[in-house]
Design a protein around this ligand. Sequence first.
Ligand code: MRU
Length: 346
Amino acid sequence: MSFRTIEWRDNRVVMIDQTRLPAEEVYNEYSDFKGVAEAIRGMVIRGAPAIGVAAAMGIALGARDIIADTFDSYFRQLENICEVMAKTRPTAVNLFWAIERMKRVALINRERGLAQISELLKEEAIRVEMEDLAICKAIGRHGASLVKDGAAILTHCNAGGLATAGYGTALGVIRAAHEEGKKIRVFADETRPWLQGARLTAWELLQEGIPVTLIADNMAGWLMKKGEIGICVVGADRIAANGDTANKIGTYSVAVLAKENGIPFYVAAPTSTLDLTKKSGDDIPIEERHSLEVTHLQGIPVAPEGISVRNPAFDVTPSRYISGIITEKGVVTGDYERQLRRLVDK
Ligand code: MRU
């Protein structure tokens, strides 16, 4: 891939600034955890798995600066850092999954020296990144078998290399199908209001030479009706025990339209996006973002001043609309309640 989403370099965390793509390819460096938390909140880095990697690296950065004499004092300060990370974005469960993973590393190594624990946390954060890359490739392999040669694939938001440690989930499936030599075409929803589809997915696929056509969100239904779309593949931010899936706002509309038009609709996500503590999508917290994202485009107002605005950043697609969930451990179809649990135990 021609870019690196995030990496640990010389005790700094380096990220491609996704707020500035596609106009500029700029890499930001962070040397403290507060900067990383702000980068997650401000969407310099976004996408569920990438948020997880960033949180892990942010915690590892913060751990290096802890001054403590005892493990208890060290761990209390580590928990405060985790608290700051946890408050950045509420929907993507990978954030909380990564935080728990980092805390566990500290706890199981409590008998070691504090400097050594900080070093182990750094290693763990890098491992989260490396594992995610391998996981996305496995998702791609499993998902590619569902994509027919010549298929036109609709995707929503950006579930690509930029949203993960690289390669992507939904775009991982697309990349793998392309690598297998299948002649695929992608339709990218622009994904209002933040334009992840137009700014990021279109950019990423162009870099890769994968044919991509950009459409405004409200065009997807019509193209489906006209028979121009053969399959939908999207990512996920949190999947409940019954398979209900939270993903970027607008995903639900795509899923309903796909069902109406008899088009398979797949969700691609790592098992770290599963949250089996949530019975259904009703229990998933949905982030509500600032009204300026809706009233302004790149700082230019597109609505009357003072207008009342809603800006939920995610929606939940009920599992009955989902043809299958593609994970690194395989594809799950139907009876999600039982199958997802089995997958986690695998
Ligand atoms: O608000 P974002 O850009 O973080 O939302 C991202 C999405 O909804 C993605 O589709 C999801 O995180 C899957 S990323 C592989």
